[in-house]
Design a protein around this ligand. Structure first.
Ligand code: SF4
Ligand code: SF4
Length: 431
């Protein structure tokens, strides 16, 4: 407990004492001894209480992952093959160190993890899982042990700085559809209050572009000077890092930081919690970054943005905490306060909310890869929780949650009964 990780949301570097990854012979964890001493200590410390697995959404929906089993299997393997005191007499062949993937762990066990953080939140002795998963993935990426869907997404990101493979010149095309707000594309030397970091999904996905439009409407109505980087913005690379592609992560980060340095701004506002998390916790430098609910709440409380229109009285709303806003960054109140500011809104809480929220299932690398053997989608499970709480509208502040719930509504046959809406889109509809 004394040695617990204090900074949530961040991913450990490939090696703590090496800044330039080019200096490393290999990346990630192939064998037990490649883990850090703290991670090896974790394996020996597990009490086998099972709380991590009971709360793991991947385990709940039948994916081939139980975090406790990962720990127990690696620990048992270490006991058998890596004795500290080899009292029985040496058997050198035992001391070779076998690759973990294929011998102790299966690839889909590692890809099943959404990096939601529920296991770490529940563990009574603060055992870490996410950093270990990423270290295992780093080795799998380096050894070309990754599914083709990931390879394709990474290739598109490398070529076009977005996972859609769209030309960077089209990144700001969504602003052309706005007839009520002018969005400045920032050039060299421009000076604004807010750099609005749109990121790839809200730039290119037509459904998610509506969230970007709601955000710029809010900024404009509140009288904030703002701009976007447009073609000079690269993907935030949150997923790239969590997929284990550290080299590409660093390449995309450098592109964004170079672009940031060409203009002046007081803070960065993001569309989604993933970009917020990586800009705040993974990027070098001390950028002032806010995900939009935290940015807009003081403007709403100060009266610059005033919701006046009421919502349909028949609708009952519930707020879903996105993992990278809630558990990883501790932001629970701002979105709830924005929701509560809407006149006449009826809100219920799900049993699993705030730090006990249940991952929607796709905000991370699982957007690009379907795990075999899943009994139901995490989004469907979460939707059922909202339904049980008595809500017919699930509100979220993450574009990836929105896509997942939208899919889940269709696959659960709940069209017409359940709806999903982004918080900012809902809020600006009442202005
Ligand atoms: S981070 Fe989430 S999905 Fe991954 S092992 Fe932990 S609880 Fe399961
Ligand atoms: S919650 Fe922690 S102590 Fe309990 S089984 Fe999981 S890793 Fe081990």
């Amino acid at each position: 407990m004394f040695l617990r990780k204090l900074k949530k949301g961040s991913i450990k570097p490939p090696r703590w004492d090496v800044e330039n990854i080019e200096e490393l012979d290999s990346l990630g964890v192939e064998k037990t001894e490649d883990f850090t001493w703290k991670h090896i200590l974790d394996f020996y410390t597990c009490t086998e209480c099972g709380r991590c697995s009971d709360n793991c959404p991947a385990n709940t929906v039948g994916r081939p992952l139980s975090p406790m089993e990962v720990t127990v299997k690696i620990r048992d393997y270490a006991y058998q093959n890596r004795p500290i005191f080899n009292i029985a007499g040496g058997n050198d062949s035992q001391d070779q160190g076998f690759p973990l993937i294929g011998n102790v762990l299966e690839p889909d066990e590692i890809w099943s993890c959404t990096t939601c953080g529920a296991c770490e939140e529940e563990c009574p002795v603060f055992i870490e899982y996410i950093d270990k998963m990423i270290d295992l993935r780093r080795h799998m990426v380096e050894s070309a042990m990754i599914p083709k869907d990931f390879q394709d997404a990474l290739l598109r990101l490398e070529k076009t700085a977005n996972s859609f493979g769209k030309p960077p010149s089209k990144r700001a095309d969504w602003v052309k559809e706005l007839d009520d707000v002018t969005v400045k594309i920032l050039g060299e030397g421009d000076d604004v209050d807010v750099l609005y970091f749109v990121d790839s999904y809200a730039s290119f996905d037509p459904q998610l572009q509506q969230i970007a439009m709601a955000i710029v409407r809010g900024l404009s109505k509140a009288g904030i000077t703002f701009g976007i980087l447009g073609p000079r913005e690269s993907d935030s690379a949150h997923q790239v890092r969590r997929l284990g592609e550290e080299g590409l992560f660093q390449f995309l980060v450098e592109g964004n930081i170079e672009a940031f340095k060409t203009c002046s701004f007081r803070q960065i506002v993001t569309t989604d919690p993933h970009a917020f998390n990586t800009l705040k916790n993974d990027y070098p430098g001390n950028w002032v970054v806010r995900h939009y609910p935290e940015f807009f709440l003081p403007l709403i409380e100060g009266g610059q943005l005033k919701p006046v229109k009421s919502l349909d009285k028949a609708d009952i709303y519930t707020y879903h905490d996105p993992c990278y806003l809630g558990r990883h960054n501790g932001i629970y109140e701002a979105p709830r306060k924005i929701l509560a500011s809407i006149p006449g809104i009826q809100i219920v809480e799900m049993e699993r909310s705030r730090d006990r929220s249940f991952c929607c299932g796709g905000g991370d690398v699982n957007l690009w890869y379907d795990i075999e053997g899943e009994e139901m989608r995490m989004g469907e499970k979460r939707l059922a929780m909202a339904h049980e709480a008595g809500a017919n509208v699930i509100v979220t502040a993450c574009p990836f949650c929105l896509l997942n719930f939208d899919d889940a509504i269709k696959t659960s046959g709940l069209e017409g009964e359940m709806k999903v809406v982004d918080l900012m889109e809902l809020f600006t509809s009442t202005l």
